[in-house]
Design a protein around this ligand. Structure first.
Ligand SMILES: Nc1ncnc2c1ncn2[C@@H]1O[C@H](COP(=O)(O)OP(=O)(O)OP(=O)(O)O)[C@@H](O)[C@H]1O
Ligand SMILES: [Mg+2]
Length: 459
């Protein structure tokens, strides 16, 4: 069926109304037919009685003189044909057409009504019996009167048609009113459409709901909630771009200063080498930042349905990362350990999962004091595969805990970093439809536990 609200509502209205018109029309037709039949039968009976009343004995014979009034009762503009037959039970015809299909009721004192065919025309007829006594003789005279149906049909039409026409008019009126009403009542919705269409792309104020129908309000309120979320998203993106630009500007400015310095001291050999080494460091930090920005963009854009859906073993990914970080841990005098199940297969993106383990484990190593312990653990149960990284470092200050997953947010300024590591980790876990959480170890123990859980049944 079509999707037009107007057409669908009209169907809802029209179908029941059509059934109603059909049922009441049928009842009206039956009533009208009953009335027309009754009138016709009464006239036929009156006529037959008048004729029967005129049958009399004359010189021992039965005679009848048809009174004109007996036929005049049938006068109508439709010019029906009337037939009659008066005959005695011995077969003698007293008057009328001889081939009249006469019938007799079972009881002689009650009339019989019936449909018949005479000279190829359908007729409605009545038959009555009059008993005639004379000198002990009883004769039964059968009087039959029949007529064609034109006036009866005309009466039926006159009784029935106006009712049907009135009902059809009522249905048409209802449909017209429904159409007009709908056009009128849909106007607020069209206004909302225009308001949305005319909007400038960055206009993110909510749509007005005051003048809307109660039924439409939830829809517009849902759109408004969506606009509000979009607004937050746009603001977050603006903040992100500003932060990224700010982060890049620092090493770029530094590089500019270092370049100037190098040009001024280009003939002084050791100073030039130092300046070049500093420039390389600035450049490395910019490359690092750019790589992280790219990784974040990649993790944000990755959707589970579009991920390169391959089976990967999180345990072996973690093993590789731990090996890569071993040198860094050694340099910082951290005891880096791994507790890995033999295999922990999930569906995912290998490079992104590797970046996840790296970012979380590198944080644990970097923020834990020398002599500390860091454990990377991959476990598996029936439902999920869990990565847990535990350290015994200083932990994260309470006020910073809720913000560490935000891009560019850093809880400590005494170390180097971009503040993107945990934001990237969170995006990667979300792209795999997993869950990431950060907990603190119960005192007297110290340190942070980061867990990332992946659901096996998504495979
Ligand atoms: N294991 C940890 N122990 C203590 N503090 C942590 C730990 N992990 C993260 N943090 C704090 O959370 C902040 C955010 O971490 P995140 O990894 O997002 O950024 P970063 O390490 O500062 O920079 P990047 O990882 O981009 O080089 C860090 O600045 C640090 O203060
Ligand atoms: Mg980090």
């Amino acid at each position: 069926m079509t999707n037009s609200l107007r057409v669908r509502l009209l169907w809802w209205l029209l179908v029941p109304l059509a059934i109603y018109v059909f049922v009441t029309g049928k009842a009206a037709y039956d009533n009208a037919r009953h009335t027309a039949d009754l009138v016709q039968e009464n006239t036929l009976l009156a006529s037959a009685r008048m004729i029967a009343g005129e049958v009399e004995w004359s010189d021992g014979r039965l005679l009848v003189d048809i009174p004109p009034a007996a036929l005049e009762v049938f006068a109508s503009p439709q010019g029906d044909q009337v037939f009659y037959n008066v005959s005695v039970d011995d077969g003698r015809l007293l008057a009328g057409v001889p081939d009249f299909p006469a019938r007799q009721a079972a009881r002689h004192d009650s009339p019989i009504y019936y449909d018949a065919d005479l000279h190829g025309k359908p007729i409605r007829a009545v038959g009555i019996v009059r008993q005639m006594y004379d000198n002990g003789a009883i004769r039964r005279v059968l009087v039959s009167v029949g007529k064609t149906q034109a006036s009866r049909d005309a009466m039926l039409r006159e009784l029935w048609r106006p009712q049907l026409v009135r009902q059809i008019e009522m249905v048409l009126l209802a449909v017209a009113l429904a159409c007009i009403g709908l056009t009128f009542e849909l106007r607020p919705l069209l206004k909302v459409k225009e308001e949305v269409m005319d909007r400038d792309p960055m206009q993110l104020e909510p749509l007005r709901v005051e003048r809307l129908h109660t039924e439409l309000r939830p829809i517009v309120e849902a759109i408004n909630q969506c606009i509000a979320r979009l607004g937050l998203q746009v603001a977050a993106q603006r903040r992100f771009i500003a932060d990224a630009a700010h982060q890049l500007r620092t090493p770029l400015t530094l590089l500019e200063t270092q370049l100037q310095f190098a040009r001024q001291h280009r003939d002084i050999e050791p100073t030039l080498s130092e300046a070049l080494a500093a420039m390389q460091r600035s450049n490395r930090s910019m490359v690092g930042l750019t790589n992280k920005l790219l990784l974040l963009a990649q993790a944000e854009a990755a959707d589970y349905t579009q991920l390169a859906r391959q089976k990967v073993d999180l345990a072996s990914i973690a093993q590789d990362v731990v090996e890569d970080l071993a040198m860094f841990a050694q340099k910082r005098d951290i005891d880096l350990g791994a507790e890995l199940v033999e295999s922990a297969w999930i569906i995912g993106h290998e490079a992104l999962l590797s970046a996840l383990v790296f970012n979380v484990a590198e944080n644990a190593i970097r923020y834990t004091q020398p002599g500390g312990h860091v454990t990377v653990c991959v476990a598996r149960d029936a439902q999920r595969v869990t990565l847990t990284v535990t350290d015994d470092g200083p932990g994260i200050p309470a006020e910073a805990r809720s913000r560490v997953f935000e891009p560019f947010y850093r809880a400590s300024s005494d170390t180097e970093g971009t503040g993107l590591g945990l934001a990237i980790a969170k995006e990667i876990v979300q792209a795999h439809r997993g869950e990431i959480a950060l907990k603190h170890r119960e005192p007297p123990k110290r340190g942070v536990i980061v867990t990332a859980a992946f659901f096996v049944d998504l495979m």
